[in-house]
Design a protein around this ligand. Structure first.
Ligand SMILES: [Zn+2]
Length: 267
């Protein structure tokens, strides 16, 4: 193993641990959409705009045990069902199970009773682990050595997420996660690292996109019944939303991108 640093693990808080080179978003997500053909790199959307890149964001943050926990509880499954350049296992399975169509145009979803084999707990754990990683460290931006990548979730929320990821506490009812499976090829070849997407009253939204997944995390001091109704974790239906259309995705990601540009920190 190369690039080991001795220090405190930010998840289990063990001192003098061997910290491995952790990724903000697992290297496998970049590998899934790497191609040897005409487009050799995934489409990376960031403060600098949209470009092809396989630059990965990494630093020594977690110990080996915690890296293994992340893999076992979420990342391995998420990677297995994410889109690659030939297929998208999660979308295929949800479609096979039958989607429910809403009244609004392009409004489709899957509930846990129709797709019980989809590992929603693993997908939620994976998503929260990525948001938490983005919040607990200033990650060096491989595109720009003067900048770092970090989101501010607030101390209480960050600690709640840490306890959830360690299996020591449930996710508070004030936190909501919405999960979209994106049906168009462009979104499936896109990576957008975590950024802030909205602030409505005293509720903050954050998002990221990776290989056909779009996750949005909403945090506030009080419970938001509307957000809880559509939440992957707190809704009784454990909703997964299906959404298509390159235009909509780009608008959403573009919004994230502008927010991130405004929030980029000088190192
Ligand atoms: Zn650890």
């Amino acid at each position: 193993v190369k690039n080991v640093v001795i220090g405190q693990c930010k998840l289990c808080l063990a001192e003098n641990g061997r910290l491995l080179e952790s990724h903000l978003l697992a290297a496998g997500f970049y590998r899934r959409i790497l191609s040897t053909q005409s487009n050799p790199h995934p489409l990376l959307i960031s403060a600098k705009g949209m470009r092809s890149s396989s630059d990965q964001v990494r630093d020594n943050v977690l110990c080996e045990d915690c890296e293994r926990l992340f893999a076992k509880n979420g990342e391995d499954y998420a990677l297995r069902v994410a889109a690659d350049r030939r297929s998208f296992k999660l979308l295929d399975e949800l479609t096979r199970c039958g989607l429910t169509r809403g009244k609004l145009e392009d409004s489709r979803w899957s509930e846990i009773r129709s797709s019980p084999k989809v590992k929603r707990d693993h997908l939620a754990y994976f998503a929260l682990s990525v948001f938490w990683r983005a919040a607990i460290h200033r990650w060096p931006d491989p595109e720009d050595s003067t900048r770092t990548i970090k989101i501010e979730l607030g101390q209480t929320n960050t600690e709640s997420l840490r306890l959830f990821l360690l299996g020591e506490a449930a996710l508070p009812p004030t936190a909501n996660l919405t999960f979209y499976v994106l049906t168009d090829r462009l979104s499936q070849a896109t990576i957008y690292l975590p950024g802030r997407t909205s602030k409505v009253g005293f509720r903050w939204g954050y998002g990221f996109v990776a290989c056909g997944f779009m996750f949005n995390l909403f945090l506030g001091k009080s419970v938001d019944p509307t957000a809880s109704r559509v939440c992957l974790i707190h809704s009784p239906e454990r909703f997964i939303w299906i959404r298509g259309g390159e235009q909509k995705t780009l608008e959403a990601v573009g919004h994230i991108s502008r927010q991130r540009a405004a929030k980029s920190f000088p190192r």
